[in-house]
Design a protein around this ligand. Structure first.
Ligand code: VOV
Length: 249
């Protein structure tokens, strides 16, 4: 029977991508630029404390294509915190140069589909806890894209039996497991929060692995038959101590 599957939910996520206004940045003095960088580094330090206390996580990426220049990813307990972070960025001097490009709001989600991990104590297991409230790996690359499940008369994810969805996601999980150590994923649910139904955030040391996993998954029935994708955004990790280099002229 088609029925909703129970989800267990974790931290809220904000993917905030910005264009950097290089033209204006070049027009201010070096002193002003240095002050702006220092102020922003202080803000990042606050985020680092949150991460050390395991109360959230953040990562910054330099976007490779022209969809944006920077992608900030924030994970927090509440949506209030995510909004406060966005506003705090905008209030900094550097914020004047960070022009909103695209954003995505979602909540980390796991379903009870995975028969390997299902069980009454699922919510309590350390594995699940870590997946719901993860510290993002500081790997060299990240790729984010939103996606949805098809609702066509001949392929409607929301009308097929739960057992069939479990079978399809099991097959998907088996493909994913081949990439252990090469690709880490955070799946966030966004039904009711943003345009698509899920956000997929992938981390890798080698960006070729994004192409390989996404290609291989295209042949899994759950993707072939039921997946629709939004725009892909790929970025290279920007460590805090490299921010000044990135902004140097
Ligand atoms: C890096 C590897 C990897 C691994 C191991 C993995 C495993 C799993 C498992 C075991 C489960 C089901 C249980 C749960 O935890 O919810 C999922 C769930 C999900 N996945 Fe996944 N996925 C991966 C990777 C992975 C990718 C690359 C994608 C994008 C798809 C593609 O074609 O580009 C994806 C999507 C999803 C989605 C949208 C869901 C939720 C679907 C729903 O309808 O509920 N996922 N996923």
């Amino acid at each position: 029977m088609a029925e909703a599957v129970v989800t267990v939910d974790g931290w809220s996520a904000l993917h905030d991508t910005r264009h950097f206004d290089w033209t204006s940045w070049k027009s201010i003095s070096e002193d002003e630029r240095n002050k702006a960088i220092k102020e922003f580094e202080e803000l990042i330090k606050q985020w680092e404390t949150v991460e050390e206390n395991k109360e959230g996580s953040h990562s910054i990426f330099k976007v490779v294509g022209n969809k944006a220049d920077l992608m900030f990813i924030f994970l927090r307990e509440t949506m209030d915190e995510l909004e406060e972070i966005k506003t705090a960025i905008n209030k900094t001097v550097l914020g004047d140069f960070l022009i909103p490009a695209y954003s995505y709001v979602s909540i980390i989600e796991m379903t009870m589909h995975d028969p390997m991990k299902a069980g009454d104590d699922r919510e309590l297991s350390p594995y699940v806890k870590e997946r719901l409230k993860p510290t993002m790996p500081k790997w060299e690359h990240a790729c984010f894209y939103p996606m949805a499940r098809r609702r066509e008369p001949e392929a409607n994810w929301f009308t097929i039996d739960k057992e069939e969805r479990t079978r399809l996601l099991y097959e998907h999980g088996m493909t994913g497991r081949k990439y252990a150590g090469k690709v880490k994923e955070i799946i966030t649910g966004s039904i009711g929060l943003d345009e698509w139904e899920w956000g997929v955030t992938l981390f890798a040391h080698d960006p070729l692995q994004f192409k390989k996993i996404v290609y291989e998954m295209r042949f899994d029935e759950v993707t072939t038959k039921y997946a629709e994708f939004g725009d892909f955004i790929m970025g290279n990790y920007l460590a805090t101590d490299k921010l000044a280099d990135y902004l140097a002229l």
